[in-house]
Design a protein around this ligand. Sequence first.
Ligand code: FAD
Length: 475
Amino acid sequence: MSEILTPDICVVGAGSAGLTVAAAAAAFGVSVVLVEKDRMGGDCLNTGCVPSKALIAAARHVQMIGEAERFGVMAGKPEVDFAAVLAHVQEVIAAIEPNDSAERFTGLGVAVLRGSARFKDKRTIVVGPTEIRARRFVIATGSRPATPPIPNLETVPYLTNETVFDLPRRPAHLVVIGGGPIGLELAQAFRRLGSEVTVLEAARILSKDDPELVALLLENLRSEGVDIREGAKVARVARRGRAGVRVTLTEGEASRYVDGTHVLLATGRRPDIEDLRLAEAEIDFDDNGIKVDQRFRTRNRNIYAIGDVSGGPQFTHWSAYQAGLVVRSILFRFGGRAKPELLPWVTFTDPELAHVGLTEEEARRRYGSVVVLRWPFSENDRAQTERTTRGLVKILATRHGRILGVDILCRNAGELLAPFALAISAGLTVKSLATAVFPYPTLAEAARRAAITFYSPKLSSPWVRRAIHFLRRLG
Ligand SMILES: Cc1cc2nc3c(=O)[nH]c(=O)nc-3n(C[C@H](O)[C@H](O)[C@H](O)COP(=O)(O)OP(=O)(O)OC[C@H]3O[C@@H](n4cnc5c(N)ncnc54)[C@H](O)[C@@H]3O)c2cc1C
């Protein structure tokens, strides 16, 4: 016999978005049912952010040992035990897992249901023998790796983010299809861990980021031996020998090929909606995801969709931000709209590439003329001591100095970005940066030095010239 549950909120999907809604709503004493068909924690914990950053951390150790000689430290050639690296990745997942576990959420007062959810009608979700009739539903079912329409793809054993962290052995030659953040982060990590790596990107790598900083990063990745080919369209793939893959590229009339041992697809994501039977609930969707208004409501006003499944930017922190807005909207009716200009993102290569606010192109489109302030890390004392001088801080501001956007390329740029996320959200000006006192020597000082350059044109003003003239006359 079927059981019927009638919570205030039913959340489908226990990834970053769904867990945030469930925890926040339960904290307000609201009854919540959370449905998860696979692993608690979703993509971020199990197959996304956490394993990729743990792999990157291992790869960075290899790099630092390699660089140690420049500091007078003779560490020898690093040896990589690939199985131990992947064990480290799993240990990190296990360390974070309890935060996202069913036990923790049950303890918070959330009823956790394991199974695949599907709509029965506009007001009911079915999970196995259980029916859930909630006041509000929040769909947070995330995304899965997209498989591009490459002829023959189904005949070769390709990897995705769902399988790459379980490899039994280090790939001898990894061919990464897709030069976005995921593809490049993994490409550099595998290269540092000892694989030969080729990245094939049909257009330009990191097309959403600042081209000047991307060019510097590209140079850096290539200098480490990552073979990155832009404008490289894949025509087909085929097995080669017993354990190889041949990836053939289209280049006008001629074609070239890359022979590798493994292929990793990093060609974007598709919404995970197949199981949901959205039409039963009168919810609109397309290939990008569930269609929502600015407050994340679907066409069915009692049902919200957030996170990767709602088709916007795909980041854990963006999912959590949307979750906060939706909880406020459901509980207090003042959720507000998402503000895309607040969204920061980081590509966790080394150096990292971090961005918040408007891009230069967006800023010029919206404001006409903008001021671009730069400070290179070659002019930063801490970067010199650490010997990580590649990269720069770039700040975009209005003529009156309001900070519109920031791009940073340097080691740990993601950490330097946080105050800028605050500056943009609070509408601060470059003056507040320029007049603040920053500790010496830190990489963060580069941000203040960039802000100070806002005033350099003013040194040619008649008032400043008169003051200098006056001082000189005083001797
Ligand atoms: C390799 C990689 C690295 C990344 N690195 C970063 C990073 O460094 N920083 C960052 O901000 N973002 C990163 N991301 C993106 C980030 O992982 C996602 O944006 C985030 O996980 C999306 O969260 P979500 O809750 O929308 O979906 P998910 O985390 O995918 O959760 C959705 C959950 O819903 C469940 N589900 C699906 N259908 C059903 C159903 N019918 N019934 C019940 N349950 C269902 C799924 O099993 C899943 O657990 C990365 C992604 C990848 C792939």
